[in-house]
Design a protein around this ligand. Structure first.
Ligand code: ZN
Length: 350
């Protein structure tokens, strides 16, 4: 029997994933420094409400409120002994809303980085990381997750530890990296590297999330698509514009129109699962759903096509799109990724 993700993908050209968890919880009263995962037991109705709004906006996949749910991240909040409780609650809340939708909605158990650096650069062993992810994944599975969704990763070692941990549940596994450093992850991984990682680990889907804006995410999805076998299911989950620091808080300035353009370009790039990351509200998601309904994807966009709609991409990502994959090709001026910070012309507020 097929898993629910495979079944849904067999009947649909594309699926809409949800928008942001963290930034929308800040709008609902979460204070910087608090663990969002504690809200799964302290304010479950607020988490359920956000899931419901994303489902009403058209989401086919909702991600659980468990991004920081490994014991290493929860340790910062003295909650390392509550991994099972908090992750199971996260999945149960999402499951409840998904099952009320009246159409198939999948629950994806979100798993983010441990916050530790793995050996040999850091002190956490691959085995310790895998055990921590397995502990989290088991709880998400108990709570009713359909798929485990590893996101915002930057190192191969930690991604593979998370995949191995997630795999122990028997559920399908998706992994997305954050290509936020001149076309690479913070640890130097390229989109082409991810294509190879996904193939060798038999991922259900792989792609790009978060980072430095929608243009850069679309560029990285093109990078994965160019290097991956044709049947690979690709994921795009871009932030809603570029993060800016305003009055001591992080703000995202992408408009629903920008996110609609992004959704269509992500389809052109080859993504079959499209959602939003930080800053993406249910209103943005509804615009993305409307943009994708009935849309026939065009050719895989080049750098110029992406920049025309979504703003500048980094020199590193541009070089990769031209087929220049060496670090030198894109490293000449990494600073240009910070220039003309994203957003279609006219939508940028400064
Ligand atoms: Zn994000």
């Amino acid at each position: 029997m097929n898993d629910r993700l495979t079944s849904l993908l067999a009947n649909r050209e594309w699926l809409l994933a949800d928008g942001a968890m963290g930034s929308n919880l800040f709008d609902r009263g979460l204070v910087s420094g608090d663990a969002p995962e504690l809200w799964n037991v302290e304010h479950p109705e607020r988490i359920a409400d956000l899931h419901r709004r994303f489902i009403e906006a058209g989401a086919d996949i909702v991600l659980t409120n468990s991004f920081g749910g490994t014991r290493h991240r929860l340790k910062l909040h003295r909650a390392e002994d509550r991994v099972g409780e908090l992750n199971e609650a996260a999945a149960r809340i999402a499951r409840g809303e998904a099952d009320r939708a009246g159409r198939p909605v999948l629950v994806a158990g979100s798993m983010g980085p441990t916050g530790e650096i793995l050996e040999p650069l850091g002190s956490l062993s691959a085995a310790q990381a895998q055990a921590a992810f397995a502990e989290q994944a088991a709880a998400l599975a108990r709570g009713g997750a359909d798929v485990l969704w590893i996101e915002t990763m930057s190192s191969v070692e930690e991604t593979e530890a998370a995949i191995a941990g997630a795999r122990s549940t028997g559920l399908p596994v998706v992994a997305t990296l954050s290509f936020d450093t001149n076309g690479r992850t913070m640890m130097g991984i390229t989109p082409a590297d991810l294509a190879r990682l996904a193939e060798r680990n038999h991922l259900a889907a792989c792609g790009s999330n978060c980072g430095v804006g929608a243009a850069e995410v679309v560029a990285s999805v093109v990078g994965v698509a160019n290097a991956a076998p044709g049947a690979t299911v690709l994921v795009a989950k871009a932030n809603c514009g570029i993060p800016r620091y305003v009055d001591g808080a992080i703000r995202f300035d992408g408009t629903p129109e920008l996110m609609a353009d992004y959704a269509r370009l992500a389809r052109d790039a080859g993504a079959r699962i499209i959602g939003g990351c930080c800053g993406t509200t249910p209103e943005h998601l509804a615009a993305m759903r409307a943009a994708l309904e009935g849309y026939s994807p065009g050719a895989r966009p080049d750098g110029a096509a992406i920049e025309a709609k979504l703003g500048a991409i980094s020199t590193g990502a541009s070089a990769q799109l031209r087929g220049e994959t060496s670090r030198e090709a894109g490293a000449a001026n990494g600073a240009s990724s910070r220039r003309r910070r994203g957003g279609a012309a006219g939508t940028v507020k400064s």
